[in-house]
Design a protein around this ligand. Structure first.
Ligand code: ADP
Ligand code: MG
Ligand code: MG
Length: 263
């Protein structure tokens, strides 16, 4: 760890702190994510490293290395200088994001999640705070694999996880998390980019769950294209069997022209 200088804190998450760091030798800027690692939590701390190491994609934060330092695990990874998608959306204030731009971001998310799912991994924490941007704010990078799950032979995982706003109806009902639950979260993200508002919000968890189970979100503005509105509706199908897979979503007419421009 001596090879890295800690420059400044970037953010604070559920477990530990995230710092901007710099490699003394190469001068490369990196992110240092420190996760406290008491004996019983070691497995969870190592989970993020295990998952990150398996992934390699231009739209996923790149893993560099990991180190045990005192009682923490420090994960070194690619730095995304554009900050989080959440902060970017908030910075737009009342302006909207051009639909072209929304679909440019969303198609990158889909391509990245397709890669994640193809390796039998569920992200389980897709939300705008965990989507990062490059300096020009044109390339998105999915981060925070802290509660991701590598599926062995099953196609679902049973623990209830995730951020309440992006919880899918099946999770609200105590059913297992599966690929379609990530698709639901992607639907929430598309809605959030198109409207600059969270899809589901309520003062209490109980009220939130009720809204999610009813699928009651404010209608999308009529000036958005019919294709985009239809895609949001499909992604936010209450019945997970009616929700498209990520691969099907990439083939959707609202996405395909953008997805085919990537890489
Ligand atoms: P947690 O699991 O605690 O939520 P995250 O990995 O989401 O931790 O990081 C917390 C915050 O730190 C993010 O919301 C973001 O503000 C910042 N951050 C994390 N990773 C990066 C990165 N690679 N580049 C820039 N900022 C980052
Ligand atoms: Mg996070
Ligand atoms: Mg996390």
């Amino acid at each position: 760890m001596d090879q890295y200088d800690r420059l400044r804190p970037l953010g604070r998450g559920a477990f530990g702190v995230v710092h901007l760091g710099r490699c003394r030798q190469t001068r490369r800027l990196v992110v240092l994510k420190s996760i406290p690692m008491p004996e019983e939590d070691t497995k969870q701390a190592l989970n993020e490293v295990q998952v990150l190491r398996l992934l390699s994609h231009p739209n996923i934060i790149e893993y560099v290395s990991s180190h045990v330092q005192e009682q923490s695990l420090v994960i070194v990874m690619e730095y995304a200088p554009g900050g989080t998608l959440r902060d970017y959306l908030l910075s737009l204030q009342q302006q909207t994001m051009e639909e072209e731009q929304v679909m440019h971001f969303f198609s990158q998310m889909l391509i990245a999640v397709q890669h994640i799912h193809s390796l039998n991994i569920l992200h389980r924490d897709l939300k705008s705070e965990n989507i990062l941007l490059d300096r020009e704010r044109q390339v998105i990078k999915i981060g925070d694999f802290g509660i991701s799950k590598i599926l062995a032979t099953k196609t679902s995982a049973s623990s209830v996880v995730g951020t309440p706003c992006y919880l899918s109806p099946e999770l609200c009902e105590g059913r297992p998390y599966n690929r379609k639950s990530d698709v639901w979260a992607l639907g929430c993200l598309l809605y959030e980019m198109a409207t600059l508002r969270r899809t589901f919000e309520a003062a209490t968890l109980a009220a939130l769950v009720l809204k999610i189970l009813r699928g009651s979100y404010a209608p999308l503005p009529a000036q958005l294209s019919a294709g985009l509105r239809q895609l949001v509706t499909a992604l936010l199908s209450l019945d997970q069997t009616r929700r498209p897979s990520v691969t099907q979503a990439i083939a959707h007419p609202a996405v395909a022209p953008f997805a085919c421009r990537l890489f």
